[in-house]
Design a protein around this ligand. Structure first.
Ligand SMILES: Cc1cc2nc3c(=O)[nH]c(=O)nc-3n(C[C@H](O)[C@H](O)[C@H](O)COP(=O)(O)OP(=O)(O)OC[C@H]3O[C@@H](n4cnc5c(N)ncnc54)[C@H](O)[C@@H]3O)c2cc1C
Length: 299
């Protein structure tokens, strides 16, 4: 199979890139593993044009329909390798090679989980949340906990103090960091003993601590970090941070000819609006970098 642009990943970033590129009349293929973070969003309230909010699954379904109506195939599967060959990038998918002149890597991240069993139903019910920037507003006035290594979790806890006077940090692993503790203390954020276990209670998440005590929280935000699905690009020599986030230039190029990084896989704010912006910039640059195919008299 051969295409002008291969989009790897069918979340908001990849689907937006496909919409732009199809409308530039490019031959585009999307390959998607079907594990978008956006599918976890019970209802997003920061998407422009949807004042009542929109579930993430519905956003993806609408975008997929838009992509398919533009004639772009969305293939379910996983790309397992990328290599350079004769000016193309060759992707391996289900043992088959796909040749593409340009590749958009829109493979996203996977949040590291807390020890809470059945975490997906807690996400669905709005008790477990991952994105203070997205839905902190909807947590206004609630009893909130942030769970994670102190260094990582402190920023999220301070951010959430804007919305609630009852914010607690539950440390996991290394909990020493005197400067951060003073900052949290000054902002009125309590730090508990280290986490022992987590379970769902009625309308709450119950944290049990190493000292034998326990406490209920209405909303818990994990701040455990993430695994970045950037290995396909890194193996080709893409620029990246020590955590694995792709480092891109102003056109979303990551230092490998023809390869663009867009969406959460890039070191940037992990938001749908940002993913859309990355996709628009990368798609326009890719289009202008390819030979133009001018329309004939019949269109
Ligand atoms: C619970 C929750 C709530 C959120 N709420 C909001 C919100 O309200 N507003 C907001 O702006 N953001 C929100 N976010 C963040 C938002 O979901 C992400 O920023 C967005 O999904 C990023 O899009 P993406 O396309 O980069 O990655 P993703 O949506 O994660 O999509 C990546 C896709 O790539 C596929 N893939 C990965 N590797 C391969 C491969 N090798 N081959 C083929 N396919 C592959 C995956 O299967 C997946 O389908 C939320 C996130 C979570 C977890």
């Amino acid at each position: 199979m051969r295409c002008e642009v291969l989009v790897i990943g069918g979340g908001p970033a990849g689907l937006m890139a496909a919409i732009y590129l199809a409308r530039f009349r490019r031959r585009v293929v999307v390959i998607d593993g079907g594990a978008s973070r956006a599918a976890l969003i019970p209802r997003s309230h920061n998407l422009p044009g949807f004042p009542a909010g929109l579930p993430g699954g519905e956003l993806l379904a609408r975008m997929r329909r838009q992509v398919e109506e533009l004639g772009v195939p969305i293939v379910r599967g996983t790309v397992t390798a990328l290599e350079m060959g004769n000016g193309d990038i060759i992707a391996s998918y289900d043992g088959e090679p796909i040749m593409a002149q340009r590749v958009m890597l829109a493979t996203g991240i996977v949040d590291k989980q807390t020890p809470l069993a059945d975490w997906t139903s807690a996400v669905r019910d709005g008790e477990l949340r991952y994105c203070p920037v997205c839905d902190g507003f909807e947590a206004t006035g609630r009893k909130i906990a942030i769970i994670g290594p102190l260094e990582h979790a402190a920023g999220k806890a301070l951010f959430m103090r804007v919305y609630s006077c009852d914010v607690t940090l539950i440390p996991v692993g290394d909990e020493r960091n005197d400067a951060r503790r003073r900052e949290l203390d000054a902002a009125g954020v309590r730090v508990t003993p280290p986490l022992h276990a987590l379970r769902r209670g009625e309308g709450a998440i119950v944290a049990a601590f190493a000292d034998g005590s326990s406490e209920r929280f209405e909303i818990v935000y994990p701040a455990m970090g993430a695994d970045v699905r950037s290995d396909l690009a890194i193996r080709l020599g893409a620029r990246h941070t020590p955590d694995g986030f792709l480092e891109v230039d102003t056109k979303q190029r990551c230092g490998v000819d023809g390869l663009y990084g867009i969406g959460d896989v890039v070191t940037d704010l992990h938001q749908i609006a940002v993913a859309f912006g990355h996709a628009a910039v990368a798609a326009c640059h890719a289009h202008h970098s390819l030979p133009m195919r001018y329309a004939g008299p019949s269109g």
